[in-house]
Design a protein around this ligand. Structure first.
Ligand code: HEC
Length: 91
């Protein structure tokens, strides 16, 4: 067998293996993408400790940037107007 035929056969085998692997992965994802599990939910409770509330309020209003996504445009503009946007406030 010539070198060229040998290489072509190798490429064909590789392509066939990739096609089979791709199909297997596609089938696996198709069958499993929307699975659900019966896992127990974690037990959570809201703290009433003022120090914990103060710390979390600081995080939510400050470094965590929650308001960047969880406020309406109007609320964000009102907040920006009432404080300097370059100032990092800690309350
Ligand atoms: C980059 C934008 C972004 C930031 C910043 C962000 N969120 Fe969200 N948040 C989202 C989006 C989008 C969803 C909806 C996700 C979904 O429904 O799959 C969401 C969902 C939530 C939910 C769940 C609401 C529900 O109906 O279950 C809570 C609670 C929440 N965010 C709180 C926070 C808090 C607290 C912070 C700050 C620590 C924060 N988010 C920061 C974009 C953001």
């Amino acid at each position: 067998m010539s070198v060229r035929k040998y290489v072509m056969r190798g490429v064909a085998i590789l392509a066939a293996l990739l096609a089979v692997a791709g199909s297997a992965i596609g089938l696996y994802v198709f069958r499993t993408w929307d699975r659900s599990w019966d896992a127990p939910l974690p037990v959570i409770h809201a703290s009433t400790d003022p120090e914990v509330i103060r710390r979390d309020e600081y995080l939510v209003r400050g470094p965590a940037h929650c308001a960047a996504c969880h406020t309406s445009k109007d609320e964000a503009q009102a907040a920006a107007a009432s404080t300097s946007s370059t100032q990092c406030r800690r309350r």
